[in-house]
Design a protein around this ligand. Structure first.
Ligand code: PEP
Length: 251
């Protein structure tokens, strides 16, 4: 891993959080102001309704905000969807695309995820592109093939270096308390790195590869120390400032 990769710890609040939950971001901002500087970029991807009010607390604390999805188009007749430039306008600098919950709940394909990532890049947002196999795919010995296909199909050609983040999130580890072994995470992240380098050359070396799936204070130190793991995408444990802080300072 190049020494100049700044790790990223990003919280995915999913469909959780009313304005009252901003207290947790205030707590985290307080910890960031008082504690040792973190060795990573800290990001939170709240529901879109909270991006603007959260930014008033997050921006002065150096916390980056992100959306959880965007539409591939810049605007138009797409009721209920949100465009990347709207997220940017609200204060986001990143956006998660291709989360397994969207792939499963909304039938999102690799091609659609790639178009969303391109829309994010065109609006100046860093896409966090999620890939990961289901339990059945892992048990059938297909994890590498599935994740390689998702990576090839979901990452746009113009993506590289710090402009894009890949999150490896085994579907069976999300919200279950289960995690792969460190050896399995190391193997998958090495495969991802090798594929990025074979596709993008040197530009593939700086892409941040996050691990996601039941990352929590108790396992963060071990997982975040694995080679080619450049941070984490954190669901449940990002909702409470104390848990999220413990993961941030595990690096
Ligand atoms: C996620 O959904 O991105 C995630 C990693 O969830 P959890 O940490 O709750 O498993």
């Amino acid at each position: 891993m190049p020494q100049n990769i700044t790790p990223l710890i990003a919280g995915n609040w999913k469909m959780n959080g009313l304005r009252a939950a901003l207290i947790e971001v205030e707590k985290l901002a307080g910890r960031l102001a008082a504690g040792e500087p973190p060795r990573c970029t800290v990001a939170i991807c709240p529901p879109a309704t909270l991006i603007n009010p959260m930014n008033r607390i997050a921006a002065p604390a150096g916390i980056v905000l992100g959306g959880q999805d965007c539409h591939p188009a810049a605007s138009g007749a797409h009721t209920g969807d949100i465009a990347a430039q709207m997220l940017a306008d609200a204060g986001a600098q990143m956006v998660i695309v291709g989360h397994s919950e969207r792939r499963a709940d909304h039938g999102e394909t690799d091609d659609l995820v790639r178009q969303k990532a391109m829309a994010a890049l065109a609006s100046g947002l860093t896409p966090i592109i999620c890939v990961g196999e289901t339990r059945a795919e892992r048990e059938a010995g297909k994890a590498d093939a599935v994740v390689s296909r998702q990576l090839a199909g979901s990452v746009p050609d113009q993506a590289a270096d710090e402009d894009v983040v890949i999150a490896y999130e085994p579907v069976w580890a999300i919200g279950t308390g289960l995690t792969p072994t460190s050896a399995d995470i190391a193997e998958m992240h090495k495969n991802l790195r090798d594929q990025l380098i074979s596709r993008f050359g040197k530009r593939g070396e700086g892409v941040r590869l996050l691990y996601g799936g039941s990352l929590k204070p108790a396992n963060a130190k071990e997982i975040l120390a694995i080679a080619n793991v450049n941070g984490g995408l954190v669901g449940g444990a990002s909702l409470l400032a104390d848990d999220f802080a413990a993961i941030i300072w595990a690096l």
